[in-house]
Design a protein around this ligand. Structure first.
Ligand SMILES: Cc1cc2nc3c(=O)[nH]c(=O)nc-3n(C[C@H](O)[C@H](O)[C@H](O)COP(=O)(O)OP(=O)(O)OC[C@H]3O[C@@H](n4cnc5c(N)ncnc54)[C@H](O)[C@@H]3O)c2cc1C
Length: 405
Protein backbone atom coordinates (compact mmCIF):
# COMPACT_ATOMS: atom_id res chain seq x y z
CA UNK A 1 0.00 0.00 0.00
CA UNK A 2 1.26 3.46 -0.90
CA UNK A 3 0.39 6.71 0.82
CA UNK A 4 -0.15 9.56 -1.62
CA UNK A 5 -0.49 13.16 -0.50
CA UNK A 6 -2.29 15.55 -2.81
CA UNK A 7 -1.76 19.21 -2.00
CA UNK A 8 -4.69 21.34 -3.14
CA UNK A 9 -8.37 20.48 -3.30
CA UNK A 10 -9.17 22.39 -6.47
CA UNK A 11 -10.17 20.95 -9.84
CA UNK A 12 -6.87 19.18 -10.57
CA UNK A 13 -6.35 17.95 -7.00
CA UNK A 14 -9.88 16.52 -6.75
CA UNK A 15 -9.39 14.69 -10.05
CA UNK A 16 -5.93 13.48 -8.99
CA UNK A 17 -7.39 12.15 -5.72
CA UNK A 18 -10.12 10.35 -7.65
CA UNK A 19 -7.62 8.71 -10.02
CA UNK A 20 -5.11 7.85 -7.27
CA UNK A 21 -7.82 6.16 -5.22
CA UNK A 22 -9.09 3.97 -8.07
CA UNK A 23 -6.80 1.02 -7.45
CA UNK A 24 -8.35 0.72 -4.00
CA UNK A 25 -4.95 -0.12 -2.55
CA UNK A 26 -3.65 3.34 -1.72
CA UNK A 27 -4.07 5.65 1.20
CA UNK A 28 -4.88 8.98 -0.38
CA UNK A 29 -4.72 12.18 1.65
CA UNK A 30 -6.08 15.39 0.14
CA UNK A 31 -4.87 18.59 1.80
CA UNK A 32 -6.81 21.82 1.27
CA UNK A 33 -5.68 25.18 2.61
CA UNK A 34 -9.17 26.68 2.70
CA UNK A 35 -12.05 25.51 4.88
CA UNK A 36 -13.63 23.67 1.95
CA UNK A 37 -12.43 22.06 -1.24
CA UNK A 38 -13.30 23.48 -4.67
CA UNK A 39 -13.94 27.11 -3.70
CA UNK A 40 -12.66 28.40 -7.03
CA UNK A 41 -14.47 25.66 -8.92
CA UNK A 42 -17.75 26.97 -7.49
CA UNK A 43 -17.03 30.41 -8.96
CA UNK A 44 -16.19 29.15 -12.44
CA UNK A 45 -18.37 30.07 -15.40
CA UNK A 46 -20.15 32.67 -13.24
CA UNK A 47 -21.27 29.89 -10.91
CA UNK A 48 -22.33 27.63 -13.79
CA UNK A 49 -18.93 25.91 -14.26
CA UNK A 50 -17.91 25.68 -17.88
CA UNK A 51 -16.26 22.34 -17.18
CA UNK A 52 -14.83 21.61 -20.59
CA UNK A 53 -15.02 22.42 -24.28
CA UNK A 54 -15.83 19.93 -27.02
CA UNK A 55 -13.32 21.63 -29.32
CA UNK A 56 -10.31 21.48 -26.99
CA UNK A 57 -7.01 20.88 -28.79
CA UNK A 58 -3.38 21.68 -28.06
CA UNK A 59 -3.83 24.98 -29.91
CA UNK A 60 -6.01 26.26 -27.06
CA UNK A 61 -3.08 26.19 -24.66
CA UNK A 62 -0.13 28.49 -24.01
CA UNK A 63 3.17 28.37 -22.16
CA UNK A 64 6.84 27.86 -23.04
CA UNK A 65 5.90 24.44 -24.46
CA UNK A 66 2.15 24.21 -25.14
CA UNK A 67 2.45 20.70 -26.62
CA UNK A 68 3.25 19.50 -23.09
CA UNK A 69 -0.55 19.20 -22.69
CA UNK A 70 -0.96 16.63 -25.49
CA UNK A 71 -0.34 13.37 -23.57
CA UNK A 72 -2.65 14.47 -20.76
CA UNK A 73 -5.38 15.52 -23.21
CA UNK A 74 -5.02 12.10 -24.84
CA UNK A 75 -4.98 10.22 -21.53
CA UNK A 76 -8.24 11.85 -20.49
CA UNK A 77 -9.89 13.27 -23.58
CA UNK A 78 -12.84 15.63 -23.50
CA UNK A 79 -15.23 12.76 -24.17
CA UNK A 80 -13.51 10.62 -21.49
CA UNK A 81 -13.96 13.53 -19.09
CA UNK A 82 -17.65 13.83 -19.86
CA UNK A 83 -18.05 10.06 -19.60
CA UNK A 84 -16.27 10.09 -16.25
CA UNK A 85 -18.50 12.86 -14.91
CA UNK A 86 -21.59 11.12 -16.30
CA UNK A 87 -20.51 7.92 -14.51
CA UNK A 88 -20.41 9.96 -11.29
CA UNK A 89 -24.00 11.06 -11.88
CA UNK A 90 -23.48 14.47 -13.48
CA UNK A 91 -25.76 15.46 -16.36
CA UNK A 92 -24.27 17.96 -18.78
CA UNK A 93 -25.48 20.31 -21.49
CA UNK A 94 -23.74 21.95 -24.42
CA UNK A 95 -23.59 25.72 -24.67
CA UNK A 96 -22.25 28.09 -27.30
CA UNK A 97 -18.93 27.26 -29.00
CA UNK A 98 -18.68 23.72 -27.60
CA UNK A 99 -18.72 24.91 -23.98
CA UNK A 100 -20.03 22.22 -21.63
CA UNK A 101 -21.92 22.96 -18.41
CA UNK A 102 -23.71 20.87 -15.82
CA UNK A 103 -27.36 20.56 -16.85
CA UNK A 104 -28.27 22.01 -13.46
CA UNK A 105 -26.39 25.19 -14.45
CA UNK A 106 -24.81 25.01 -11.02
CA UNK A 107 -21.09 24.52 -10.36
CA UNK A 108 -22.13 22.85 -7.12
CA UNK A 109 -23.20 19.80 -9.10
CA UNK A 110 -19.68 19.30 -10.48
CA UNK A 111 -18.07 19.69 -7.07
CA UNK A 112 -20.66 17.51 -5.33
CA UNK A 113 -20.25 14.49 -7.61
CA UNK A 114 -16.48 14.67 -7.15
CA UNK A 115 -16.80 15.01 -3.38
CA UNK A 116 -19.15 12.00 -3.22
CA UNK A 117 -16.74 9.92 -5.35
CA UNK A 118 -13.80 10.76 -3.08
CA UNK A 119 -15.86 10.02 -0.01
CA UNK A 120 -16.87 6.64 -1.38
CA UNK A 121 -13.26 5.85 -2.28
CA UNK A 122 -12.13 6.64 1.27
CA UNK A 123 -9.94 9.62 0.40
CA UNK A 124 -8.87 11.33 3.65
CA UNK A 125 -9.75 14.99 3.36
CA UNK A 126 -7.79 17.46 5.45
CA UNK A 127 -9.49 20.81 4.83
CA UNK A 128 -8.39 24.02 6.52
CA UNK A 129 -4.91 22.47 6.50
CA UNK A 130 -2.42 24.51 4.49
CA UNK A 131 0.66 22.51 3.67
CA UNK A 132 3.59 24.50 5.01
CA UNK A 133 6.35 22.50 3.39
CA UNK A 134 7.38 19.22 1.79
CA UNK A 135 10.72 17.58 2.51
CA UNK A 136 12.33 14.58 0.91
CA UNK A 137 13.00 11.59 3.15
CA UNK A 138 14.75 8.26 2.51
CA UNK A 139 11.49 6.55 1.58
CA UNK A 140 9.52 9.42 0.14
CA UNK A 141 8.38 12.73 1.59
CA UNK A 142 7.39 14.43 4.80
CA UNK A 143 4.37 16.72 4.40
CA UNK A 144 4.07 19.36 7.08
CA UNK A 145 0.95 21.16 8.21
CA UNK A 146 0.36 23.20 11.37
CA UNK A 147 1.02 20.77 14.24
CA UNK A 148 1.18 17.69 12.00
CA UNK A 149 3.73 15.76 9.95
CA UNK A 150 2.77 12.97 7.59
CA UNK A 151 5.26 10.59 5.96
CA UNK A 152 4.10 9.65 2.48
CA UNK A 153 5.47 7.79 -0.53
CA UNK A 154 4.36 10.20 -3.23
CA UNK A 155 3.25 13.81 -3.45
CA UNK A 156 1.08 15.52 -6.04
CA UNK A 157 1.26 19.32 -5.99
CA UNK A 158 -2.09 20.68 -7.22
CA UNK A 159 -2.04 24.09 -5.56
CA UNK A 160 -3.14 26.07 -8.64
CA UNK A 161 -1.75 29.46 -9.56
CA UNK A 162 -2.13 32.92 -8.11
CA UNK A 163 -5.04 33.98 -10.35
CA UNK A 164 -8.36 34.57 -8.61
CA UNK A 165 -6.59 35.58 -5.42
CA UNK A 166 -9.90 36.48 -3.80
CA UNK A 167 -10.95 32.87 -4.30
CA UNK A 168 -7.77 31.48 -2.80
CA UNK A 169 -5.22 31.77 -5.60
CA UNK A 170 -1.82 31.72 -3.87
CA UNK A 171 1.89 31.19 -4.54
CA UNK A 172 2.21 28.12 -2.31
CA UNK A 173 2.51 25.61 -5.15
CA UNK A 174 5.42 27.47 -6.70
CA UNK A 175 7.14 27.80 -3.32
CA UNK A 176 6.75 24.10 -2.49
CA UNK A 177 8.01 22.96 -5.89
CA UNK A 178 10.86 25.47 -5.90
CA UNK A 179 11.94 24.26 -2.45
CA UNK A 180 12.28 20.80 -4.00
CA UNK A 181 14.54 22.03 -6.80
CA UNK A 182 12.08 23.16 -9.48
CA UNK A 183 12.10 26.53 -11.23
CA UNK A 184 9.41 28.74 -12.66
CA UNK A 185 8.84 31.26 -15.39
CA UNK A 186 7.57 34.80 -14.83
CA UNK A 187 3.91 35.00 -13.77
CA UNK A 188 1.24 37.24 -15.34
CA UNK A 189 -2.53 37.51 -14.90
CA UNK A 190 -4.74 36.60 -17.88
CA UNK A 191 -8.41 36.21 -18.77
CA UNK A 192 -9.26 39.45 -17.05
CA UNK A 193 -10.35 42.96 -17.99
CA UNK A 194 -8.06 45.41 -19.80
CA UNK A 195 -7.61 48.70 -17.98
CA UNK A 196 -7.43 52.07 -19.70
CA UNK A 197 -6.64 55.66 -18.83
CA UNK A 198 -8.75 56.97 -21.73
CA UNK A 199 -11.89 58.83 -20.67
CA UNK A 200 -14.30 56.84 -22.86
CA UNK A 201 -14.60 53.53 -21.00
CA UNK A 202 -15.73 55.29 -17.84
CA UNK A 203 -18.23 57.52 -19.67
CA UNK A 204 -19.61 54.42 -21.42
CA UNK A 205 -19.72 52.34 -18.23
CA UNK A 206 -22.43 49.67 -18.50
CA UNK A 207 -22.65 49.80 -22.31
CA UNK A 208 -22.13 46.53 -24.19
CA UNK A 209 -21.34 46.35 -27.89
CA UNK A 210 -20.31 43.76 -30.43
CA UNK A 211 -16.96 44.69 -31.98
CA UNK A 212 -13.80 43.59 -33.68
CA UNK A 213 -11.12 44.33 -31.09
CA UNK A 214 -7.57 44.87 -32.32
CA UNK A 215 -4.50 45.50 -30.18
CA UNK A 216 -1.86 47.70 -31.76
CA UNK A 217 1.66 48.47 -30.63
CA UNK A 218 3.64 51.17 -32.42
CA UNK A 219 0.96 51.25 -35.10
CA UNK A 220 1.21 47.51 -35.81
CA UNK A 221 -1.59 45.03 -35.10
CA UNK A 222 -0.43 42.42 -32.58
CA UNK A 223 -3.62 40.42 -32.08
CA UNK A 224 -7.36 40.72 -32.54
CA UNK A 225 -10.58 39.09 -31.49
CA UNK A 226 -14.26 39.54 -32.18
CA UNK A 227 -17.06 39.54 -29.64
CA UNK A 228 -18.79 41.55 -26.97
CA UNK A 229 -17.05 44.51 -25.34
CA UNK A 230 -18.35 45.67 -21.98
CA UNK A 231 -17.29 49.13 -20.87
CA UNK A 232 -16.44 49.41 -17.19
CA UNK A 233 -15.28 52.00 -14.69
CA UNK A 234 -11.66 51.03 -15.32
CA UNK A 235 -11.57 49.81 -18.89
CA UNK A 236 -13.12 47.10 -21.03
CA UNK A 237 -14.28 43.63 -20.17
CA UNK A 238 -16.11 40.62 -21.66
CA UNK A 239 -14.92 37.24 -22.91
CA UNK A 240 -13.44 38.58 -26.16
CA UNK A 241 -11.48 41.15 -24.14
CA UNK A 242 -10.41 38.55 -21.56
CA UNK A 243 -8.86 36.56 -24.36
CA UNK A 244 -6.71 39.53 -25.36
CA UNK A 245 -5.64 40.44 -21.82
CA UNK A 246 -2.77 37.94 -21.97
CA UNK A 247 -1.10 40.13 -24.63
CA UNK A 248 -1.40 43.27 -22.48
CA UNK A 249 -0.11 41.44 -19.39
CA UNK A 250 2.90 39.93 -21.07
CA UNK A 251 3.62 42.51 -23.78
CA UNK A 252 2.80 45.75 -21.96
CA UNK A 253 0.76 48.84 -22.78
CA UNK A 254 -0.77 49.17 -26.24
CA UNK A 255 -3.70 50.69 -28.09
CA UNK A 256 -7.09 49.03 -28.39
CA UNK A 257 -8.84 49.73 -31.69
CA UNK A 258 -12.54 48.97 -31.70
CA UNK A 259 -14.54 48.45 -34.88
CA UNK A 260 -18.21 48.57 -33.93
CA UNK A 261 -19.51 47.71 -37.40
CA UNK A 262 -17.00 45.09 -38.60
CA UNK A 263 -19.30 43.77 -41.32
CA UNK A 264 -19.63 47.19 -42.98
CA UNK A 265 -17.05 49.26 -44.83
CA UNK A 266 -16.56 52.96 -44.04
CA UNK A 267 -18.16 53.66 -47.42
CA UNK A 268 -21.26 51.65 -46.54
CA UNK A 269 -21.56 53.34 -43.16
CA UNK A 270 -21.12 56.71 -44.81
CA UNK A 271 -24.01 55.74 -47.12
CA UNK A 272 -26.23 54.89 -44.12
CA UNK A 273 -25.37 58.16 -42.38
CA UNK A 274 -25.98 60.15 -45.55
CA UNK A 275 -29.36 58.45 -45.90
CA UNK A 276 -30.24 59.54 -42.37
CA UNK A 277 -29.05 63.08 -43.03
CA UNK A 278 -31.25 63.22 -46.14
CA UNK A 279 -34.34 61.71 -44.52
CA UNK A 280 -34.18 63.44 -41.12
CA UNK A 281 -31.99 66.56 -41.39
CA UNK A 282 -33.54 68.17 -38.31
CA UNK A 283 -32.66 65.23 -36.06
CA UNK A 284 -30.08 66.01 -33.40
CA UNK A 285 -26.52 64.98 -34.33
CA UNK A 286 -26.59 62.89 -31.16
CA UNK A 287 -28.98 60.54 -33.01
CA UNK A 288 -26.77 60.02 -36.04
CA UNK A 289 -26.10 56.36 -35.13
CA UNK A 290 -29.49 55.68 -33.50
CA UNK A 291 -30.72 52.27 -34.58
CA UNK A 292 -27.23 51.16 -35.57
CA UNK A 293 -25.42 51.29 -32.24
CA UNK A 294 -26.23 51.73 -28.55
CA UNK A 295 -27.38 55.38 -28.25
CA UNK A 296 -24.71 56.30 -25.72
CA UNK A 297 -22.01 54.75 -27.88
CA UNK A 298 -23.31 56.55 -30.98
CA UNK A 299 -23.13 59.89 -29.17
CA UNK A 300 -19.60 59.12 -27.93
CA UNK A 301 -18.44 58.24 -31.44
CA UNK A 302 -19.73 61.58 -32.75
CA UNK A 303 -17.83 63.30 -29.97
CA UNK A 304 -14.68 61.30 -30.75
CA UNK A 305 -15.05 62.31 -34.42
CA UNK A 306 -15.07 65.95 -33.27
CA UNK A 307 -18.36 66.94 -34.94
CA UNK A 308 -20.31 69.72 -33.27
CA UNK A 309 -23.21 70.60 -35.60
CA UNK A 310 -26.54 70.61 -33.79
CA UNK A 311 -28.56 68.92 -36.55
CA UNK A 312 -27.67 65.98 -38.74
CA UNK A 313 -28.52 67.97 -41.83
CA UNK A 314 -25.81 70.48 -40.94
CA UNK A 315 -23.04 67.85 -41.09
CA UNK A 316 -20.78 68.18 -44.11
CA UNK A 317 -19.88 65.08 -46.18
CA UNK A 318 -16.41 65.30 -44.61
CA UNK A 319 -17.91 65.25 -41.12
CA UNK A 320 -20.18 62.30 -41.98
CA UNK A 321 -17.14 60.46 -43.24
CA UNK A 322 -15.26 61.26 -40.02
CA UNK A 323 -18.12 59.74 -38.03
CA UNK A 324 -18.22 56.65 -40.25
CA UNK A 325 -14.45 56.20 -39.76
CA UNK A 326 -14.61 56.83 -36.03
CA UNK A 327 -17.03 53.95 -35.48
CA UNK A 328 -14.58 51.57 -37.16
CA UNK A 329 -11.49 53.05 -35.59
CA UNK A 330 -12.38 53.89 -32.00
CA UNK A 331 -9.14 54.03 -30.01
CA UNK A 332 -8.44 53.70 -26.32
CA UNK A 333 -5.18 53.15 -24.44
CA UNK A 334 -4.62 49.81 -22.77
CA UNK A 335 -2.40 50.44 -19.75
CA UNK A 336 -2.73 47.13 -17.91
CA UNK A 337 -5.12 44.42 -16.76
CA UNK A 338 -7.36 43.68 -13.81
CA UNK A 339 -4.45 41.87 -12.12
CA UNK A 340 -4.38 38.58 -10.25
CA UNK A 341 -7.42 39.50 -8.13
CA UNK A 342 -9.78 39.23 -11.07
CA UNK A 343 -7.74 37.04 -13.43
CA UNK A 344 -9.16 33.63 -14.25
CA UNK A 345 -5.81 32.10 -14.98
CA UNK A 346 -2.07 32.56 -14.40
CA UNK A 347 0.26 32.84 -17.37
CA UNK A 348 3.51 31.07 -16.52
CA UNK A 349 4.34 28.70 -13.70
CA UNK A 350 6.65 25.82 -12.89
CA UNK A 351 8.66 24.88 -15.97
CA UNK A 352 7.07 21.99 -17.84
CA UNK A 353 10.49 20.85 -19.14
CA UNK A 354 11.10 19.61 -15.60
CA UNK A 355 8.13 17.19 -15.75
CA UNK A 356 7.34 14.11 -17.83
CA UNK A 357 4.17 14.95 -19.80
CA UNK A 358 3.23 11.24 -19.98
CA UNK A 359 3.10 10.82 -16.21
CA UNK A 360 3.26 14.35 -14.74
CA UNK A 361 6.15 13.13 -12.59
CA UNK A 362 9.06 15.40 -11.81
CA UNK A 363 12.23 14.72 -13.77
CA UNK A 364 14.16 16.07 -10.78
CA UNK A 365 12.50 14.36 -7.81
CA UNK A 366 11.09 10.85 -8.34
CA UNK A 367 7.71 10.38 -6.69
CA UNK A 368 6.85 14.08 -6.97
CA UNK A 369 4.06 15.06 -9.36
CA UNK A 370 2.39 18.33 -10.35
CA UNK A 371 -0.81 19.12 -12.23
CA UNK A 372 -3.12 21.99 -13.13
CA UNK A 373 -2.39 25.67 -13.17
CA UNK A 374 0.76 25.53 -11.01
CA UNK A 375 2.56 24.40 -14.16
CA UNK A 376 3.45 26.79 -16.98
CA UNK A 377 0.27 26.12 -18.96
CA UNK A 378 -2.73 28.38 -19.43
CA UNK A 379 -5.71 27.86 -21.66
CA UNK A 380 -8.12 30.02 -23.61
CA UNK A 381 -11.44 31.08 -22.15
CA UNK A 382 -14.23 28.52 -22.65
CA UNK A 383 -13.65 25.45 -20.47
CA UNK A 384 -10.07 24.80 -21.58
CA UNK A 385 -8.45 25.55 -18.22
CA UNK A 386 -10.66 23.13 -16.36
CA UNK A 387 -10.03 20.49 -19.02
CA UNK A 388 -6.31 20.92 -18.40
CA UNK A 389 -6.92 20.58 -14.66
CA UNK A 390 -9.00 17.39 -15.17
CA UNK A 391 -6.61 15.79 -17.68
CA UNK A 392 -3.36 16.62 -15.88
CA UNK A 393 -4.86 15.76 -12.48
CA UNK A 394 -6.08 12.45 -13.79
CA UNK A 395 -2.68 11.57 -15.27
CA UNK A 396 -0.81 12.56 -12.10
CA UNK A 397 -3.22 10.63 -9.87
CA UNK A 398 -3.23 7.59 -12.09
CA UNK A 399 0.56 7.38 -12.23
CA UNK A 400 1.15 8.19 -8.59
CA UNK A 401 -1.51 5.69 -7.60
CA UNK A 402 -0.48 3.05 -10.08
CA UNK A 403 -4.15 2.53 -10.88
CA UNK A 404 -5.48 1.16 -14.13
CA UNK A 405 -8.69 2.94 -14.96
C1 LIG B 1 -13.57 33.51 -11.44
C2 LIG B 1 -13.01 32.36 -12.25
C3 LIG B 1 -13.80 31.75 -13.18
C4 LIG B 1 -13.28 30.70 -13.95
N1 LIG B 1 -14.10 30.08 -14.85
C5 LIG B 1 -13.63 29.03 -15.57
C6 LIG B 1 -14.48 28.29 -16.40
O1 LIG B 1 -15.70 28.52 -16.47
N2 LIG B 1 -13.94 27.28 -17.14
C7 LIG B 1 -12.60 26.94 -17.07
O2 LIG B 1 -12.16 26.03 -17.75
N3 LIG B 1 -11.78 27.60 -16.21
C8 LIG B 1 -12.27 28.60 -15.45
N4 LIG B 1 -11.44 29.25 -14.56
C9 LIG B 1 -10.04 28.75 -14.41
C10 LIG B 1 -10.04 27.47 -13.55
O3 LIG B 1 -10.87 27.64 -12.43
C11 LIG B 1 -8.63 27.12 -13.09
O4 LIG B 1 -7.75 27.09 -14.19
C12 LIG B 1 -8.62 25.78 -12.37
O5 LIG B 1 -9.44 25.84 -11.23
C13 LIG B 1 -7.21 25.39 -11.97
O6 LIG B 1 -7.29 24.20 -11.23
P1 LIG B 1 -6.15 23.85 -10.18
O7 LIG B 1 -6.57 22.61 -9.50
O8 LIG B 1 -4.83 23.88 -10.84
O9 LIG B 1 -6.16 25.07 -9.17
P2 LIG B 1 -7.32 25.56 -8.19
O10 LIG B 1 -8.65 25.19 -8.71
O11 LIG B 1 -7.01 26.99 -7.93
O12 LIG B 1 -7.08 24.72 -6.87
C14 LIG B 1 -5.92 24.85 -6.08
C15 LIG B 1 -6.29 24.52 -4.67
O13 LIG B 1 -5.12 24.37 -3.89
C16 LIG B 1 -5.33 24.95 -2.64
N5 LIG B 1 -4.02 25.24 -2.03
C17 LIG B 1 -3.14 26.20 -2.41
N6 LIG B 1 -2.06 26.17 -1.62
C18 LIG B 1 -2.24 25.17 -0.73
C19 LIG B 1 -1.49 24.65 0.36
N7 LIG B 1 -0.30 25.17 0.72
N8 LIG B 1 -1.99 23.61 1.09
C20 LIG B 1 -3.20 23.07 0.75
N9 LIG B 1 -3.96 23.54 -0.25
C21 LIG B 1 -3.49 24.57 -0.99
C22 LIG B 1 -6.17 26.18 -2.95
O14 LIG B 1 -6.85 26.65 -1.80
C23 LIG B 1 -7.10 25.63 -4.03
O15 LIG B 1 -8.28 25.10 -3.49
C24 LIG B 1 -11.93 30.28 -13.78
C25 LIG B 1 -11.15 30.89 -12.80
C26 LIG B 1 -11.67 31.93 -12.03
C27 LIG B 1 -10.80 32.57 -10.99
Amino acid sequence: MKTIAIIGGGASGLMAAYAASRSGENRVILYERQARVGRKLLATGNGRCNLTNLNATVSNYHGQNPSFVRPALEALTVSDTLELFHSLGLLTAEGEGGRMYPLSDSANSVLDVLRFALDTAGVELKAGAPVLGVQRTKKGFMVETEGDKEFVNEVIVACGGCAGSKLGGVNDGYTILQSLGHSRTSLYPALTQITSDSPYPRSLKGVRAQAMIRLERKGKAVTENRGEVQFTEKGISGIAVFELSREVSTGGACEVVLDFLPDHTVREIYGLLQQRADSAPMLSTEDLFTGMLHNKLGRTICRAAGVSAEHIGDLSPKELNKCASACKNFRINAIGTGGFDTAQVTVGGIKTSEFDPHTMESRIVPGLYACGEVLDIDGDCGGFNLQWAWSSGYLAGKNAGGSFL
